[in-house]
Every structure is written in C-alpha cells, then in structure tokens.
Design a protein around this ligand. Structure first.
Ligand code: ADP
Ligand code: MG
Length: 151
C-alpha cells in the first residue's frame, strides 16, 4: 500500500498539487476520512492547481453536493455527506460528470455502489498532529497516480 505522511496543512495542499499534475479526464478520486481529516483541504489545493489560480474560491459543496470547475481538466467536486437518497445521486448526474472530466468525491461511502471500479481511494487518517494519506485502487489510473507520487 502506498502512503504519504502529511506533517501539516501545507503538505496536504502539496499532495493536492501533485495529484493535479497526474490527473486525467475520467479519474475518480474518493477522499475518505473523518470530519477534519483534510479532505476539503486536499480537494481545494488540487482544484486551485488545475485552475492555476492559488486564490480561486473553492466553496465546500456541502449543500449543493457538487461544484464543477471548468479547469484545465474539468473537475467535479462532490461532498456527499448530506446525500439523503439514491434518487438524489441520480439527479446529480454522477455518470455524466465522470464522462466529462475528473471527479473528487468526499464521503464516497455514501455512494459506494455508484463509484467505478477504477476509483482511486485516498484515506486520510489522523497521525499525531498531522495526517497519513493511504492510497489504494486498481487499474491503469491508480498505477499512473501511484507512480507519479512515488517520486
Ligand atoms: P474535512 O474536509 O476532511 O472535514 P478540512 O480539510 O475541512 O477537513 O479540515 C481539515 C483541518 O485540518 C483544517 O483545519 C486544516 O488546516 C487541517 N489540516 C489539513 N491537513 C493537515 C495536516 N496534514 N496536518 C495537520 N492539520 C491539517
Ligand atoms: Mg470537507
């Protein structure tokens, strides 16, 4: 299993920037972790890197469930914490989103059955004052991402 230690918030943001470099259309990154684990910090840095705009406003899609960005690679940022039904995920157009770009999914456990088999799982866990990121997945997308992070 691939892991990266994230000593502070800057290193979480750096991981987001590194992921942005390796990201391709169609990639799905599932960001798992407790409240405060750093999922949104990671997503924000990744989206800002794709936009090449460090000051870009990246609101948490807590209530809208999804926020889309017309970046170098179009990216859809999901936060499924408040997802209340399977019908709601159909309305979100999950499949369409994946067809048009890449997706970052916070709280992916709310929609496990809807995620493609090629989903790259990134689990963020507390580790002392910092965090540990654990990567898992299968297939060419996972291998590309894993290779790019193993620098
Ligand atoms: P989540 O979306 O998982 O609920 P957030 O990214 O909103 O988490 O918040 C995470 C909090 O933890 C923020 O206050 C952020 O500054 C902090 N944080 C992020 N990464 C790290 C890290 N590697 N070490 C310590 N604190 C971090
Ligand atoms: Mg969050």
């Amino acid at each position: 299993m691939l892991e990266r230690l994230l000593a502070d918030e800057t290193e979480t943001a750096r991981l987001g920037e590194d992921l942005a470099m390796a990201l391709r259309p169609g990639d799905v990154l599932a960001l798992k972790g407790d409240l405060g684990a750093g999922k949104s910090t990671l997503a924000r840095a990744l989206i800002r890197a794709l936009a090449d705009d460090a000051g870009l406003d990246v609101p948490s899609p807590t209530f809208t469930l999804v926020q889309s960005y017309d970046t170098r690679i179009p990216v859809h940022h999901f936060d499924l914490y408040r997802l209340s039904s399977a019908a709601e995920i159909d309305e979100l157009g999950f499949d369409d989103a994946l067809a048009q770009g890449a997706a970052l999914v916070e709280w992916p456990e709310r929609a496990e059955a809807y995620l493609p088999k090629t989903t790259i799982l990134i689990e963020l866990v507390h580790d002392g004052d910092g965090r540990l990121a654990r990567f898992s997945g299968q297939g060419p997308a996972f291998e590309r991402i894993a290779r790019s992070l193993a620098m």
